[in-house]
Design a protein around this ligand. Structure first.
Ligand code: URA
Length: 250
């Protein structure tokens, strides 16, 4: 898996998160520059990296074809293409955003614009690089002008995501942003109150954690430190879920 402490420190730096080394006792303040401290110890194994290519589950292609041809809501009229989702179909972690933006609509892949670059840094910082996770959105088509998804659009589109979740069977979901979180959890609770807890999604009760949307973090970089708190929470939770699964196997 990519990353050592130095690489990880660079990712954290790209998130704008400073880290400090504890000063040697007695050392003068001036002699204590703030290079990178060792990564805080979080007991996490890097995520599984099974590639999605070669996946022979026959249920994926009919689902993808159905999404490509979808005309259930008005958004189909304005799309360049649908944005199905990307990544490891055996991922432990499923990241769910809101809806494709202009760049995603053009490329047919979620989170490929500026917010996507930051999401990639966030994922690397938590030792779950993009290719190890699965990434999808609540909506498969771009709302015009990037407006919020309408309830009817979510109602039409969410069953596709639900079927993806059944196929992936992730250990944990990470909802990025208010829109994803509120729609997945069917609540209007503010995002600040949804963070810091493990929620449950769907009939399988998949554990779900909420964090800020990378586009919001680009606008409000002061919140990046809070998002790092969430990402460490994800790491700890995944480690625990893995351990429980191991002990359940016996
Ligand atoms: N924002 C999202 O929520 N999803 C994307 O795919 C891109 C930007």
């Amino acid at each position: 898996m990519s990353g050592g402490p130095l690489l990880r420190a660079q990712y954290l730096e790209s998130l704008g998160i400073d880290r400090y080394v504890r000063r040697q006792s007695g050392a003068p303040a001036a002699a204590a520059p703030a290079p990178v401290a060792p990564t805080p110890t979080i007991l996490t194994a890097p995520l599984a990296t099974a590639p999605s290519s070669g996946d022979s589950d026959p249920r994926w292609e009919p689902l993808a074809a159905e999404v490509r041809a979808c005309t259930k809501c008005g958004l189909h009229a304005g799309r360049t293409q649908t944005v199905f989702g990307v990544g490891n179909r055996h991922a432990e972690l499923l990241v769910v955003g809101e809806a494709p933006g202009a760049e995603e609509d053009r490329q047919g892949e979620p989170f490929v614009g500026r917010a996507g670059q930051l999401l990639n840094s966030m994922l690397r910082a938590m030792r779950a690089p993009r290719e190890t996770v699965y990434i999808a959105n609540v909506l498969k088509c771009r709302p015009p002008g990037n407006r919020d998804p309408a309830p009817e659009e979510v109602r039409c589109c969410l069953p596709y995501l639900q079927r993806q979740i059944e196929l992936i069977a992730p250990r944990l979901m990470l909802a990025v942003g208010r829109i994803a979180a509120q729609n997945l959890l069917a609540t209007d609770t503010p995002i600040g109150k949804l963070r810091g807890a493990v929620h449950r999604f769907g009939t399988q009760g998949t554990p779900l954690i909420v964090t800020y949307h990378p586009a919001y973090l680009l606008r409000s970089p002061g919140q990046k430190r809070q998002s790092w708190v969430d990402l460490r929470f994800v790491q700890r939770e995944l480690a625990q879920l893995r351990a429980s699964a191991r002990s359940a196997k016996g």
